[in-house]
Write a protein that binds this ligand. Sequence first.
Ligand SMILES: *Cc1c(COP(=O)(O)O)cnc(C)c1O
Length: 354
Amino acid sequence: MTIYSGVLETYRPYLDIPAHTRTVTLLEGNTPLIPLPRLAKTLGGGFELFVKFEGLNPTGSFKDRGMTVAISEAFGRGAKSVICASTGNTAASAAAYASRANMRSIVIIPAGKVAAGKLAGAVAYGAEVIQIDGSFDDALNLVVAISERHPIALVNSLNPYRLEGQKTAAFEICEVLGTSPDWLALPVGNAGNITAYWMGFKQLNDREATGLPQILGVQAEGAAPLVLGHPVEHPETVATAIRIGRPARAEQALAAAEESKGRIIAVSDGEILSMQKLLAANGVWVEPASAAGLAGLAHELEHDLINLKGKRVTAVCTGHGLKDPDIITREMAKPHVLPAEMNALEDYLVQERE
Ligand SMILES: *Cc1c(COP(=O)(O)O)cnc(C)c1O
């Protein structure tokens, strides 16, 4: 029996990390690549569709892949505290891995709009949560400045070790498919993940000639600086994980899209939420941002901007639906109330069917 040991130990020879790195892991990674033939059909058919369900990582998002490496590096060099700016998932992940290593974690969140499930995670894992009266981008500027003045390790995706960990998802996809997919669709916020995937696919292709995907990066219309070509001062979208107006890795994201012969597009909140429903109707419940990649693919198909005939497509679903239950519950109809009697239940079920 091979015991799975997390992304750092599994892929260590392929990660560009310092020798002092000491593994701190929650056995992240190794997430399922789920075939969704019925959803492919709903979108017009003629192609193979897989979802890389990153919501099944230990804290519910892909952030764990990068965090295990960033925290392991910081831990190995003796750092006692870590800090990050976060729209939520980075906070929960940083807090979990810091706790694992018995380190202090500080997270700075923007005013309003951090989903409850994410904040709860950060608090449960023991983070000191500080909310600032400003945007994510303001929060990021602050943590960069403070980590330059104090011995506090910065674990946002500006930290290069985050990307080293995140690129392992590309390795896993190719291991399952045997080659790279033809297209990879994923949401883009601060643009660390698209950068990391492209690094991973290129590295593996150099080593094993697995081929390269075309990358479709997808932003939300109200937070689409990479599509507009300029920063967005007040980004707005239901997809809080990608509500970012000034992506830290903007240039690398644009380069990944261009080199891969793909592109970065924007979709509306409506498109994102209907894709979230469609995914759930196929058994995969993700948070809104995580549906953006597939929503982008659906958008391109609908407007005849992409030809997927005979292609293999992978959509990255970055975070779990449980992270943001409010999006569902606030529109939920009240449960139907019945007396606790078999007849009443039977009448109700039969009448429902008719
Ligand atoms: C962080 C995050 C994103 C955006 O990833 P970037 O690397 O910032 O582009 C998308 N979806 C979820 C669920 C996230 O947590």
